[in-house]
Write a protein that binds this ligand. Structure first.
Ligand SMILES: [Zn+2]
Ligand SMILES: [Zn+2]
Length: 389
């Protein structure tokens, strides 16, 4: 086939896929609207919608959930987003909205964890001919196109690591920032991560600069060894532990990691000398903060004018929903976040051999046409790993 033929074939497949998805999404927002979490103060929030051809429309508002429901059934968006900020005029342009305050939000995503297992379940898909490879090619081996997309099916290790990172974040928020556990809500993002929202009035009015400081602290960035009482001036090392001690926050984490207990100026000085002096000590502290810091997407938390995926809505990268996790340990995204009914089967063309778990069932699919429950079909089509027949 020539490049033009591949393109025609792709457009034909895409049209079929989108028609099928729109029908499923519409049914979801018609029959399962109750899954959408009614937001606090809905009329003060900005909504945004992503269409199936990836166009974003923002600055929309609703006075109640009924109005939103009607909008969804009429427009059937691929993605629904809501501001974490509250405004006097949510439909106005950003600098005229008049900000009231913003909830604290965090995004923990696989892309920021750099897990070694990721390469085993990442697929690279040619945008022209749908050819799939397991390693990133410089160009497609079939049609030579250089336009390559990638998609991930997270494995059990991925999910476990995401959960651990989420717990780490919660522990920081509770211990270091005094946020009540009960005001922290954890959601599965619907695709490759978790979203955390803290409804804490002490942080409601924190501006973007304050949120940036908070992010740096959480990620362990720019931590200064001076705060441990270690300084160097003209090659002279000076150690003087701060009066407030090393028993709190990062100071505690670092000294514990270095196994420094009942520490004195003298023992800290000895430790610095033992690791090879000021610069090597500084390096060691950087390694510890890098390792122990929380791997969040900084921009999500820093940006107070962001719109964030609405709880209960479908993530159009997977067909799974953004859902609240009441018990993070037992939460299984591939069953607890899959809210589509399996009232029918669909025929799909699978683009590559796949092995995955879905709704507590293991699937091993070869690169060929097959029949799967509709929820699996939705998942594979949205993951760009199958076409609807
Ligand atoms: Zn190709
Ligand atoms: Zn993995």
């Amino acid at each position: 086939m020539g490049k033009r033929d591949y393109r025609d074939e792709m457009i034909k497949n895409e049209t079929k896929n989108i028609n099928f998805l729109q029908k499923c999404f519409k049914e979801y927002y018609f029959n399962k609207f109750k899954h959408l979490e009614s937001p606090l103060d809905i009329s003060r929030r900005e909504f945004g919608f992503m269409s199936f051809d990836s166009k974003m429309t923002r600055h929309i508002s609703f006075i109640n959930m009924g109005q939103l429901n009607a909008f969804l059934i009429q427009n059937v968006p691929a993605g629904i987003y809501i501001s974490n900020s509250y405004y006097d005029f949510p439909t106005f342009p950003i600098n005229e909205k008049r900000l009231i305050g913003s909830d604290l939000i965090f995004d923990i995503d696989l892309k920021d964890l750099n897990l070694p297992c990721q390469k085993d379940h990442t697929y690279y898909i040619c945008k022209y001919c749908d050819n799939i490879s397991n390693n990133l090619p410089s160009s497609c081996s079939v049609c030579k196109s250089t336009k390559i997309d990638s998609t991930i099916i997270p494995c059990g290790i991925c999910i476990r690591n995401l959960k651990n990172e989420t717990k780490k974040l919660i522990s920081f928020l509770v211990t270091d920032f005094g946020i009540n556990h009960k005001s922290i809500y954890v959601y599965f993002s619907g695709n490759n991560g978790f979203h955390i929202t803290a409804l804490e009035k002490d942080y409601f009015n924190l501006d973007s600069k304050g949120r940036t400081d908070l992010v740096e602290y959480l990620m362990g960035k720019n931590f200064s060894v001076t705060s441990l009482g270690v300084t160097q001036y003209k090659n002279n090392l000076k150690v003087k532990i701060p009066i407030s001690g090393l028993s709190y926050g990062w100071r505690k984490r670092i000294s514990k990691n270095m196994k420094l207990f009942n520490i004195t100026n003298n023992s800290l000085q000895k430790y610095v000398n033992r690791v090879g002096g000021y610069l090597l000590f500084k390096k060691e502290v950087e390694n510890i903060t890098g390792k122990m810091g929380v791997k969040i997407d900084p921009y999500v938390t820093m940006d107070i004018h962001r719109i964030f995926r609405m709880p209960g809505s479908i993530n159009s990268k997977s067909g799974l929903s953004k859902v609240k996790c009441n018990n993070l340990d037992s939460f299984d995204p591939f069953s607890d976040a899959c809210l589509f009914e399996d009232d029918r089967n669909v025929d799909v063309d699978v683009k590559t051999r796949l092995e995955f778990r879905f709704k507590r069932k293991k699937y091993i699919l070869d690169k060929c046409s097959t029949t799967v429950p509709s929820s699996v079909g939705i998942y594979l089509v949205l993951k760009n790993l199958a076409n609807l027949i």
